[in-house]
Design a binder for this molecule. Structure first.
Ligand SMILES: C[S@@+](CC[C@H](N)C(=O)[O-])C[C@H]1O[C@@H](n2cnc3c(N)ncnc32)[C@H](O)[C@@H]1O
Length: 222
């Protein structure tokens, strides 16, 4: 099965129970992503692959002109129940984006690039649709993170690692993709396992793994 079809099925399935479970990475990175995106009123922001509209709603509440997209129709159905005023598109990130050159002031893409085998495609597409001098922010699981997994206090009834294809891009893969398209790195932020994740992870595992790098966020300028 093509990996895009497999991953879409996985996220369609996860959409049914996603909101019942807290993802530590999403919790841990939240404030840092918002700080780096720095959304403002009237800015046109693409929230690329935003799951159940978490960041989109926050951008919208600030007064930004938000466009939200995802390839999972089930995610979209769930998201629409929360906020039906935001414009959305069904888009596959592994292909050319359906947006004009220089259309957006800012782009956010959190925790998605691990599902794309060739990251040069989305990164060069983000470059194309972003206005010059404006910013693109993306977060990914830290490439230096050890594969050893912690146990959750509350088990999820969905296993993303089994249900979907995940590509383990290296730090240098991101740097190469960024350099190949003339993006400039404005800021890089690393996030370690922290207090925000503590209540979700079994205590012994947390104590053993605390302060290991979990997430990296890149903030780029065109
Ligand atoms: C791990 S979630 C991250 C969601 C959100 N950005 C956040 O930080 O909470 C990954 C999201 O990417 C979407 N996704 C995965 N592969 C995709 C692809 N090839 N094209 C479009 N969306 C994709 C999934 O449907 C899901 O909503």
């Amino acid at each position: 099965m093509n990996y895009i079809v497999k991953n879409r099925k996985a996220y369609d399935k996860w959409a049914q129970t996603y909101d019942d479970w807290n993802n530590p990475h999403i919790l841990m990175e939240h404030n840092s992503v918002l700080e780096l995106v720095n959304p403002n009123k009237w800015e046109k922001i693409l929230d690329a692959w935003c799951w159940t509209w978490k960041y989109s709603i926050e951008f919208f509440n600030i007064g930004a002109d938000v466009v939200w997209c995802d390839f999972s129709e089930e995610m979209i159905m769930k998201a629409k129940l929360k906020k039906d005023k935001i414009n959305y598109d069904i888009v596959d990130l592994s292909k050319k984006l359906p947006y004009k050159n220089w259309e957006f002031d800012k782009i956010n893409c959190s925790q998605v690039l691990k599902h794309i085998d060739n990251i040069n495609i989305p990164i060069s597409e983000f470059f194309r649709v972003l206005k010059k001098w404006w910013t693109f922010t993306f977060s990914v699981t830290h490439p230096d993170r050890p594969r050893e997994m912690y146990k959750f206090r509350k088990q999820m009834n969905f296993n993303l690692v089994i249900e979907s294809d995940i590509f383990h891009h290296r730090f240098f893969d991101y740097i190469e993709a960024i350099n190949s398209i003339w993006f400039k790195i404005n800021k890089i932020k690393q996030i370690c396992l922290n207090e925000d994740a503590k209540k979700l992870i079994e205590e012994d595992d947390y104590n053993k793994m605390v302060w290991r790098p979990e997430i990296i966020i890149f903030n780029l300028i065109k």
